[in-house]
Design a protein around this ligand. Sequence first.
Ligand SMILES: [Fe+2]
Ligand SMILES: [Fe+2]
Length: 271
Amino acid sequence: MRILFLGDIVGRSGREGVLSRLPTLRQKLALDLVIVNAENASHGFGLSPGISTDLFNGGVDVITLGNHSWDRRDLIPHIDAAPRIIRPLNFPPGTPGNGSVQIELADGRKALVVNAMGRLFMDPLDDPFRSINELLTRHRLGVTTQAIVVDIHAEATSEKWALGNVLDGRVSLVVGTHTHTPTADHRILPAGTAFQTDAGMCGDYDSVIGMSKAPAMTRFLRKMPGERLQPAEGEATICGIMVETDDATGLARRLAPLRQGGLLAQTMPDF
Ligand SMILES: [Fe+2]
Ligand SMILES: [Fe+2]
């Protein structure tokens, strides 16, 4: 299965970067499944139902979220009717929406997508390791599903590496989101799981993690609340990771980063 995962879409710049390229990418890379993190898609904060519809119409199959899941409150009454939008699995019991979704491709193959949130330097939540382990008692890679992708939305690199190793051999891909900074450590772990600490953001990198620089810098320089943070509006670099999995085992055969547009060094998967 050929899977593309794109990191946090930030504001209009990120949305336009993704939507303008996705139809071509789907075709050129023969993608079976496209997953995006869209917790910052609506003006940097949250995801509106309207923008989720634009992303689905533009070629996205599954949307993941994170600590900004509920910044747009109009998503709360919408999410239960939109199972392809998932929020972190380890939110408290009773939270609207789901932390995972099983997708069936047009050819009948299945993929499970999971969203979880880390706890180091983040809001306290249920244990993501235990939550995912519990979920995986009901889903077996290569048996009940051809692929399993885990978006670990977390600040700490150590927590992400630990999760990758805990899940090695039981899922196809563990990829981090939330830092808005792509890491160069994509690799296949010893038991066959593809891993990258952070996919990076889809947004304008002439910024402070996607937000326009002046108000973001003021927060650090003056230690006073300044102007409201606004997404930077220059051209986005869309950042993510592509993985090809073996349908029999569900494990990764190859992976490569993708960075297109905007300021960052460009790279395109060549398989
Ligand atoms: Fe984010
Ligand atoms: Fe986040």
